[in-house]
Write a protein that binds this ligand. Sequence first.
Ligand SMILES: CC(C)(COP(=O)(O)OP(=O)(O)OC[C@H]1O[C@@H](n2cnc3c(N)ncnc32)[C@H](O)[C@@H]1OP(=O)(O)O)[C@@H](O)C(=O)NCCC(=O)NCCS
Length: 202
Amino acid sequence: MTDQTQTSTHGPAVEQIVELSDAELLKGMWTADDLRRQVDLADRHLWVAIADGDDVVYRELETQDDAEIGREVLGFTLTCVHTYEELDAELQVPVGELFDREDCPVGMFKSLVVKPSARDRRIGTELGLRAIGETFVEDDRVDEAIAVAWVREHNSANLALVETYGELVAEYDEYYGEGRDCPECPGENYCGCTFRIYRAPF
Ligand SMILES: CC(C)(COP(=O)(O)OP(=O)(O)OC[C@H]1O[C@@H](n2cnc3c(N)ncnc32)[C@H](O)[C@@H]1OP(=O)(O)O)[C@@H](O)C(=O)NCCC(=O)NCCS
């Protein structure tokens, strides 16, 4: 299996991504360090949407070209390929509920975020399609992919997007439970939010 670590040289694009994720995604639940750690994985694909005048340019961001990008990042998506053990560590529920051991390695959608000011212009759709092509369709090791989606009334675009790629396989009413300081749930260090897990063959 691939060595999952490499040296981090975060430049301006990754820092914009971290800021965007921190503001828009899981707030206190998925920290900036969590994202930096994921960006540093060797077996990952990071696609960015960059403002180019009135147009949007999409490109895959390698760690080494990050520093070249000084333009505004409008959105990003991060995908990884995980072994059975890595996926088990990543999920809050036993991976055996979702996959048989021989199903892995499995592609995973880690995150997809579009800046609020740039939403509803199909940027999320375009990023998702690129990530699927690169990480899952063109990767011979990967037969299946998984996405974990937060069910929130004010973020139905999230579910609209994953439902175009994947099939709902599980729903958990208290996916995180104790130990996550959810911005939506009352009390400290607790998350009772519902999450859905989607799975797609490639
Ligand atoms: C989810 C998100 C990435 C969508 O980005 P986007 O660029 O606005 O998405 P698109 O314009 O490509 O639209 C995707 C789908 O959602 C629908 N949609 C867009 N905005 C919507 C809204 N406000 N309410 C309901 N549906 C909406 C679109 O109609 C489209 O569906 P369609 O293909 O059936 O027409 C963006 O809302 C976001 O960053 N949300 C916060 C972070 C998040 O939850 N990320 C996903 C989990 S990691």
